[in-house]
Write a protein that binds this ligand. Sequence first.
Ligand code: IVH
Length: 683
Amino acid sequence: MVSDTTKIYSTSEIRALKAKYDKLLSEVSLHDRLYYRENSPKISDFEYDCLKSEVERLQEILTVYSMETEDTIIGDDSNSKFQSFAHLSPMMSLSNTYSREELFQFSNHLETTLGQRKFSYVIEPKIDGIAINLIYKKGKFFRALTRGNGMVGDDVSANIKTIRGLPWEIENYAEAIEIRGEVYMDKQTFIEINKMREEQGLELFANPRNLAAGTLKTLDVDEVAERDLKLITYAIGHCSEKIVNFQSEVLELLKNLGFTSQGKYWPAEDIEGAWKCIEELNEMRHTFPYWTDGAVLKVNELQLYEILGATAKSPRWAIAYKFAPERATTKIKNIILQVGRTGIITPVADLESVQLSGTNVSRATLHNADEISKKDIRIGDYVTAEKAGEIIPAIVAVDRERRNVGSIPFVFPKTCPSCGSQLIRLPGEVAWRCQNLCCLPQIQRRLEHFVSRTAMDIDGLGTAVIEKLMAVEKLNNIADIYRLTFNDLECLEKFGTKSALKILSNIDGSKSRPLWRLLHGLGILGIGEQTAKILANHFHSLDNLIAATPEELEQLNGIGMKLSNAIVAFFREQHNKNILNDLRMLGVVLGHTRSEISQKQNQNSRFYGKNFVLTGTLSSMTRQGAIEKIEHLGGNIAKVISRRVNVLIAGENCGSKLEKAQSLGLEIWNEADLLENLNGSVA
Ligand code: IVH
């Protein structure tokens, strides 16, 4: 932001600056394309911001010397797959800075412009997601637009409607109102999706923002719904009536209207006070469920916004102060090859321990063999580490100058580092896999997964205990858990009577866990917690699921061809069949437990156990809202009409599904029928 336009430049210097400006501008436009349109940036936000501010600095100098420059435009995220519509008022961007000094300059500038007028600040977390404009007309949800080029954005309403808790109706304040906010993916969901992708040998998403952006631009609504996007609102764009006077009131109003608004924000009287709040935010932001890359400092008094005005791309009443990514230099002591539950070999850097974003980091994933060779990462290298998306420690750069003369490139092995089997790479996958199901680390990871909190939840049977029991050959597969005796456990080093008894009691208790926990615990490729719940709800017992055809499975919401094939293949495998039989013999309940059955039977029979298909649009609730209500009452949602479907729920403008359902003689409910049945049901 601060540029030296007072310096006198010679003609040749100016020419050189212009050449540099053109080069950097084309780099910015390349990275804009990668970031906004392809959601796959090749440089970090910090590097991008540095590049952009250098372009702006050169632009100011060249303008003084009357050289032609392009007015820096707001990044354009529009995509021809979607219909586009104009915003009711433009969506601008924020100017940003990484420097405290520039933040104070911003405040000085406000004081000069506003003179005698009193003003204060609001400080909010800057959520790193995708800007969204929600338009409500006469209090009803009308349309959701991405920022696009600031004037016109993409209509992503269908995808936005999958967001849980999005208000369908708001108090009828005005003819038309624009609610502005940020769509994001929370850190936990991001970690889970990447974990699943890693198990499937697919390339990982760089950070939650890119994954959320890619999801928002997906055409398959079911796929979007599975990704569980979230929304935080923080502003009102156009509003046909004046309803509030302060930004702090906007945030409270949004909450009262039913939106998720900023959970935490700070009012401040002056810039010194504001700085303290920013420091506080910086301290606590790692605990937020979303990714925050800075603070937004806003003038609190809305009536001053008109006086302050805006530049071509950003308002003068707000600025984003961005936290420079915490980076640290450290040394790679070793590169370890970890064998995962599904046999995937993940290279991990063993680092000299460093402090990074509040924690001690001594490991960083190197993702896969390609990543290592692309960055030419070697054992003994000095590297820069950063937490990608504030979450995962990653190596962002290698310091080539500090490299040892004798250092050699890392060679990814062709055989499993644990069992020596030949590694293979499946088509379309980036990962190398060990295919030997008896490879010990794979067995250990499978056992760890089975007992984990999101599966059978067997407390006390942690990694160390599993390792010891495997070493004495008491644990070779998941069924062996239920064969463990008091003696097996008590014999373990440092194990007392009390802890042995406790573990045995926990193992016994796990025999009657809900069916979804068992399904998740089996570790079928691609079956996460959510899908396990869908399967358990639909099939009620393992035997029913084993008997299902791929076509039957694909009818379920959230299950595609790849998953259905993986499920069928898993249950056909003889080794798996034997283990499931053993589990049955050992007393593990392979269906809904008695308490689950009576709980579900208590629910209303109008929904319980029936298969529903939704078509057309509903006016009283979102599609996702309807799905959640039906599933809550024990109903299942299918995607296609077949004889197995019990009820078609037909909203407005429905297409061929209605005709097909009629020809099969299925029960058909309109929206009023749905509401009536929902109202008469016990939730
Ligand atoms: S106010 C004129 N408040 O950051 C734009 N924006 O880098 C007013 N953002 O375009 C936006 N958190 O998409 C505002 N608390 C917050 C925000 C926020 C994230 C986004 C927004 C904006 C971008 C600028």
